[in-house]
Design a protein around this ligand. Structure first.
Ligand code: NI
Length: 139
């Protein structure tokens, strides 16, 4: 682990009380760990917003496989972007619905584009991209 640094923060009393209430609900042991997580989240978000950074994430899709040609379309799109797709998990949720979790990797801009394309495909009922980091460079 790299050297730990301590620093002080001036903060409004009400804001601190709200923060303490939040971190208590979330089960943090202390403010330091909560602040570290906030910083990490902000850095990861910034990495995604810069567009050209190498990133990693997961894309979750729920769709009805009876929708005409939908499963084929989603497979076709994934093959088209195969460089950005690390792995895919398919779960048959019930008689109609499929859940796919796709691990995506690559430049943030391209991964977002791929996610938007898949989520926006007609018949996809819900989709969400969870953005995280390769950990290189910022954490
Ligand atoms: Ni299925």
């Amino acid at each position: 682990m790299s050297d730990l640094h301590r620093f002080g923060i001036s903060i409004d009393e009400r804001l601190l009380a709200s923060f303490d209430e939040l971190i208590s609900r979330k089960g943090y042991q202390n403010r330091s760990e909560a602040v570290r997580d906030l910083i990490r989240n902000t850095l990861v978000e910034d990495q995604w917003n810069r567009g050209d950074e190498e990133t990693v994430g997961t894309l979750t899709l729920v769709y009805d496989h009876h929708t005409r040609d939908l499963a084929d379309k989603l497979t076709e799109q994934q093959h088209h972007h195969h460089d950005a797709i690390v792995s895919a998990l398919h779960v048959h949720l019930d008689a109609h619905h499929c859940l796919e979790v796709i691990v995506v990797k690559g430049k943030a801009r391209e991964v977002r584009h791929l996610a938007d394309e898949l989520i926006g495909t007609k018949g996809v009922k819900h989709g969400k991209l969870v953005t995280t980091t390769t950990g290189k460079g910022i954490l």
